[in-house]
Write a protein that binds this ligand. Structure first.
Ligand code: GLY
Length: 344
C-alpha cells in the first residue's frame, strides 16, 4: 500500500499524519519509550511488540487522573527521558490519556499516536487535544499537545465492530458537512462501499476527514475561533450522553442525533436552509442513525446542556450551519431548542 502523508503546524508544533500499512511502524523499531495499549489493541501491530508496554482497561473509566498517575509512574520505572517517546495504540480514550501523560512527563516527551478506531483516526488523534474526565465532566482536565507523528493503518479496522465503525462515520459525515462537499457526495453515492469498508473508499474517507480537520485546527489550534465548528452536533450529543449515563449510545450515535437537532433548530431559527437540513438528515438516516428519540426527557437534556462545561453563565452557544461549509456559533432562543427536543 502506498504511504500517504499530510503535514501540519499546530501552534508551535509540527504534526505529521502518515497513512499506510503496518510496515509504517517499522521506522519506529529503534525508538526508546513506552507503548500504551488497551486490552483490545495489545495484540495488534506486531512491529511495536518489542517495546516496554503498559496496558490499560478499555472504556471511558480509563480517562481518569488515576490512569494518568499510573502511567506517569510507569514512565519513571522505565527511566524515560525527555526525548523518549510515548506511543499510544488505541481509540480515543487511549490516545487522549497517553497524550496527556506525554505532555506532562518532564514537561513534554515525544508523542506518537496510532489510532485503531475510525473515530480516533478521523478526529481524536488529530489536533492535539488531550484530556481526562474530572468531577463528572467529560474532558475537563487536559492540555493542547499534538503528536509528532500519527500513524494510520486502515487494515486494523478489519476487526472493529460495525457499531464502532459507524460511530466514526458520524464524525466523517460531520466533517463532510463542515468542509468537504465531495466527501459528502461520496458518503451519499457510495453508502454500500462505505459500509462494507472497501479499502480504497475507506482510505479516501480517512484522508479527506483528516484534511478538513487539519485545516481547521491549523487555523485555530487553541479553539478561540473556528475550531468550535468541529463541535457541530456535540452540545446536544454531550447532553444525551450525560443523561443516558454514557450508556446505550455510542459517541457517534449521539453526535448524529445531535447534528439532526442542530439542523432542526437552525431551520426553526431561520438560519439553516430547509432543503439542506432534509438532505443531511436523510444521509444520517441512510447510515441507520436515529434522528428522533422518544425515551429521553427533553427537560433533562436542556438541564444537561446548561451544565455543559462550555456553557457561559448557563448560556449555551450552538454550532449551526446555513448550508454546506457555512458554519456559525450562535445562541438560540430556548423556546426553539425546547420545541425541537419535544418534537424529536
Ligand atoms: N474533537 C474536536 C476537536 O478536536 O476540536
Amino acid at each position: 500500500m502506498l504511504t500517504r502523508a499530510l503535514r501540519y503546524r499546530f501552534g508551535g508544533y509540527d504534526s505529521a499524519v502518515r497513512l499506510g500499512d503496518e510496515q509504517l511502524l517499522r521506522q519506529n523499531a529503534d525508538l526508546r519509550g513506552l507503548v500504551v495499549w488497551d486490552e483490545n489493541t495489545a495484540s495488534l501491530l506486531a512491529p511495536l511488540h518489542h517495546l516496554p508496554s503498559a496496558v490499560v482497561p478499555p472504556g471511558e473509566r480509563t480517562k481518569s487522573i488515576d490512569t494518568v498517575a499510573e502511567l506517569l509512574e510507569r514512565c519513571v520505572q522505565e527511566s524515560l527521558e525527555r526525548d523518549s517517546t510515548i506511543v499510544a495504540v488505541g481509540g480515543g480514550v487511549v490516545c487522549d490519556v497517553a497524550a496527556l501523560v506525554a505532555s506532562l512527563y518532564m514537561r513534554g516527551t515525544r508523542l506518537v499516536l496510532v489510532p485503531t478506531t475510525l473515530l480516533a483516526m478521523v478526529d481524536a488523534a488529530l489536533g492535539g487535544k488531550t484530556g481526562v474526565n474530572f468531577s463528572g465532566y467529560k474532558n475537563l482536565v487536559g492540555t493542547f499537545y499534538p503528536a509528532e507523528q500519527i500513524f494510520i493503518v486502515p487494515s486494523v479496522l478489519d476487526t472493529l465492530p460495525q457499531r464502532e465503525y459507524l460511530s466514526g462515520l458520524a464524525e466523517v459525515i460531520k466533517t463532510a458537512m463542515l468542509g468537504d462537499p465531495e466527501l459528502f457526495e461520496l458518503l451519499d453515492q457510495r453508502a454500500e462501499a462505505v459500509l462494507a469498508r472497501e479499502p480504497a473508499v475507506l482510505e479516501e474517507l480517512i484522508l479527506r476527514s483528516v484534511a478538513v480537520k487539519g485545516q481547521i485546527v491549523q487555523q485555530d489550534f487553541t479553539e478561540r475561533g473556528g475550531r468550535e465548528w468541529l463541535n457541530l452536533g456535540h452540545t446536544f450529543a454531550h447532553a444525551l450522553e450525560s443523561v443516558a449515563g454514557f450508556e446505550g449510545w455510542t459517541h457517534g450515535e449521539a453526535v448524529a442525533w445531535g447534528i439532526a437537532q442542530a439542523l432542526r433548530c437552525g431551520e426553526r431559527a431561520g438560519i439553516t436552509d430547509p432543503a439542506y437540513a432534509e438532505t443531511a438528515i436523510g444521509l444520517l438516516r441512510r447510515y441507520g442513525f436515529r434522528c428522533k428519540i422518544e425515551d429521553v426527557s427533553p427537560h433533562a437534556l436542556i438541564d444537561a446542556m446548561q451544565r455543559d462545561k462550555k456553557a457561559r453563565g448557563g448560556r449555551v452557544r450552538f454550532v449551526l450551519q446555513r448550508r454546506p461549509g457555512e458554519t456559525e456559533l450562535r445562541e438560540l432562543n430556548p423556546q426553539i431548542v425546547r420545541s425541537v427536543l419535544m418534537g424529536s
